[in-house]
Design a protein around this ligand. Structure first.
Ligand code: SF4
Length: 321
């Protein structure tokens, strides 16, 4: 498989209001790093699960890929072309789509489902022969009946709204779909239906997915690889099966141990993540996870670990992994 998306050394930072000292020196600005040195690739036909707590930078990464968040450093290459100009990101968004966490809230309440499904053609200036036929075709692709085209977002159930979200994402035959919490708020059985639909479409249309989620059970089920983020940095990446079988980073171990278990005796209280994720405004020195790590040592408090390769397809950021 060739790389569809290649991210190299991607950083995003924003200026923040400084203290008195900063205001006394003209031109002096403080920046906070939201993302720092992310290097990650996604192959054609691959599903990558991006996990981590709120505040880990997952959504900023997705927004940067789509050109919706300004990049401070690094490169993004999509389908062999580096994205530099505004036009290149516009072209990229024509070959990719975002599935939102709350599809009803992300859709205009005044537009019918039929109009919403064909709106991407209008946004990107793509000619379509017959709007009604196109909407019906997209509905049938996601297992919804034609008469759904006349409904409005508030008239849809949670599962129907997700299917409409998938259909809209498929409208322009994308190569990449970035799905933000695609099953949040759905019943378990409907979650399964949506995941099965996404998997079927992946095979049928050769799609690649980047799935942003807190739901580890879902990632385990659908992802080929998993990338774990903490405070805007990657801390572990590897094939899903291997990472779940033997997580290397203490944070990844804790996340996986926190997965709900049918058998309460299998829960590992000793691996539970302690405390809150620190603010990016006040990053801990050394290893940024040391304030919550149960095996932290003196070295961890003073020396930041670098990402290093373990075997051919895993990377981890820990002195002792
Ligand atoms: Fe824990 Fe130290 Fe590894 Fe950081 S470097 S994850 S503090 S053991």
């Amino acid at each position: 498989m060739t790389a569809l998306l290649d991210i190299a050394g991607l950083s995003v930072n924003f200026p923040v209001a400084g203290g008195l000292f900063d205001t006394l020196i003209p031109g002096r600005k403080r920046y906070i790093d939201i993302l720092d040195g992310i290097s990650l690739s996604l192959k054609s036909g691959e599903t990558l699960g991006l996990v981590g707590e709120s505040g880990s930078g997952k959504t900023t990464l997705a927004r940067s890929i789509l050109g919706l968040s300004p990049i401070s450093a690094g490169t993004i290459t999509f389908n062999g072309a580096e994205l530099r100009s505004r036009q290149s990101f516009t072209n990229m968004r024509r070959s990719s789509a975002m599935m939102f966490q709350d599809p009803v809230a992300s859709l205009s309440p005044r537009m019918s489902v039929g109009a919403l499904l064909t709106e991407p053609f209008i946004i990107h200036g793509v000619v379509m022969q017959n709007r009604k036929v196109k909407a019906e075709e997209l509905l049938s692709r996601v297992g919804l009946s034609k008469d759904m085209a006349n409904r409005y977002p508030h008239e849809l159930s949670g599962g129907q709204a997700r299917r409409v979200g998938v259909a809209r994402a498929l409208a322009l035959h994308p190569k990449l779909i970035i799905a933000d919490e695609p099953t949040t708020g759905l019943d378990v059985s409907v979650q399964g239906e949506i995941l099965n639909l996404m998997t079927e479409l992946k095979t049928l249309m050769g799609l690649s997915y980047m799935i942003i989620t807190h739901n580890l059970a879902m990632v385990r089920h659908v992802s080929d690889r998993i990338a774990v983020m903490y405070l805007g940095r990657l801390i572990e990446v590897g094939p899903t099966r291997e990472v779940f079988k033997k997580p290397l980073h203490p944070y990844a171990k804790s996340l996986i141990a926190s997965e709900p278990q049918p058998d309460p005796r299998k829960r590992r209280a000793d691996l539970a993540i302690k405390g809150e994720i620190p603010s990016v405004l006040n990053r801990p020195r050394g290893c940024e996870f040391h304030t919550r790590c149960s095996i932290a040592q003196d070295r961890c408090r003073s020396e930041a670990p670098q990402l290093r390769a373990i075997g051919i397809d895993r990377i981890v950021r820990c002195h002792f992994a």
